[in-house]
Design a protein around this ligand. Structure first.
Ligand SMILES: *Cc1c(COP(=O)(O)O)cnc(C)c1O
Length: 394
């Protein structure tokens, strides 16, 4: 800890960090620098979906590291082509643009939407609609897309061209102006915004309106994708066929990578020279992505995740406590809404060797690795119940 203390101030203070410094991880566990063990039900914020340092992915990246790290997108990159094929296989999506993060994937998505309408000669059809309490990232554009005041504060003026409508509200559907709107972008479960699932019927109507008005229907699956909710993409559970899907977080098992997937009709707008990224789609990241996606898409892998996580969710829902308002979520993306702030609960769990996250003030967000075993779920439940009962009727 002493080394960390003296160098700490050289890092910009953009994060409210927990008083914990992690040295090592394996599977569902991490160890701090003092040797304490923690059950990690944060998965590096929905990123280490296969657990920490996953076998198979590690060896693939190590082998690639021996031969080539980077060559730029001026050349063909077979690992990139293989990763794109793995992501689109068995879906209606046709093409992939690779970048390095979620915000960049979303930036690529609205650039594509605007180019798509521009190519049709519809110059005023350029607005991107997003929804209240959404989270789409921290870049200039992604911040403007994110409909949360706390994210905007102090950064005026916001980039124009984004319209925020109320989430899960039928009114939103009537307010979308087909002449002005190029695309609608939404999360099917709002992650940072409090683990709030979109209502099935509302999303169906939204998707239908987009189809009728030639508005690109785009799903931000940066947190929900890569198997997190028990299917590779969450849109599958909603029976949707989005024009564009954005991914990042879990697709590289912790190796930084982002992706924007689109159907041919939309992807055609990105011709040579219209968009790019120096690091995007590099051989190392693509090796991690390909190995991760292939593992997640193995027969029975995700059906088991779905089964185990649904049992876990129902066990959480059975806990009776006056402190708990609602337990909700999909697969391994679970939120427990409390009647008050959850800061202390997160600390109490950490003191018992269990890591979870907040999502807003009153929601505990639980993001187990998809590989978590029944025993690890049991351990979580018993520690969680202890914390709840210790707190009593607060
Ligand atoms: C995390 C997240 C982002 C931003 O991803 P970065 O990699 O941090 O840029 C965007 N959208 C959603 C839904 C996210 O959860």
């Amino acid at each position: 800890m002493s080394i960390l203390k003296t160098t700490e101030n050289a890092v910009m203070q953009t994060y409210g960090r927990f008083p914990l410094s992690i040295k090592q991880g394996a599977g569902s566990y991490v160890w701090d620098h003092e040797g304490n063990t923690y059950l990690d039900f944060t998965s590096g914020i929905a990123t280490c979906n296969l657990g920490h340092v996953p076998t198979g992915i590690k060896e693939a990246v190590q082998a690639q590291m021996e031969v080539l790290w980077h060559c730029s997108n001026l050349y063909h990159i077979p690992q990139q082509e293989a990763a794109a094929a793995a992501l689109t296989e068995g879906t209606h999506l046709d093409q992939v643009f690779f970048c390095n993060s979620g915000a960049e994937a979303n930036e690529a998505a609205w650039k594509l939407a605007r180019k798509y309408t521009h190519d049709k000669g519809l110059k005023d059809k350029n607005v991107i609609v997003t929804f209240s309490q959404s989270f789409h990232g921290r870049t200039g554009g992604a911040m403007a897309a994110t409909a949360q005041e706390k994210i905007h504060k102090g950064f005026a003026p916001l980039m124009p061209g984004f319209q925020h409508l109320p989430f899960n509200d039928p009114k939103s559907i009537y307010e979308i102006d087909g002449d002005k709107t190029a695309a609608v972008l939404l999360e099917l479960v709002q992650g940072e915004g409090g683990v709030r699932p979109a209502e099935y019927e509302w999303v169906q109507e939204l998707s239908e309106v987009c189809r009728q008005k030639d508005i690109l229907f785009m799903i931000d699956e940066i947190q929900t994708g890569a198997g997190r909710t028990g299917t590779f993409y969450l849109y599958e559970q909603y029976n949707l066929k989005p024009d564009v899907v954005t991914l990042a977080k879990g697709i590289g098992s912790g190796f930084p990578a982002g992706a924007m997937l689109a159907v041919n009709k939309a992807a055609a707008a990105f011709t040579a020279g219209t968009h790019g990224s120096t690091f995007g789609g590099n051989p190392l990241a693509m090796t991690a992505v390909k190995a991760t996606v292939e593992t997640l898409k193995k027969p029975f892998f995700l059906s088991e995740v779905k089964e185990k996580s649904e049992r876990f969710l129902s066990q959480l829902q059975k806990i009776e406590s006056s402190q708990v308002k609602e337990v909700r979520g999909k697969g391994c993306l679970i939120g427990i809404e409390f009647n008050g702030p959850v800061k202390e609960i997160i600390e109490q769990l950490r003191n018992r060797g269990v890591l979870v996250l907040p999502a807003g003030e009153n929601v505990v967000r639980i993001l187990p690795p998809l590989t978590a075993t029944n025993m690890e779920y049991e351990k979580f439940l018993s520690e969680f119940k202890e914390v709840i009962s210790e707190r009593g009727a607060v």
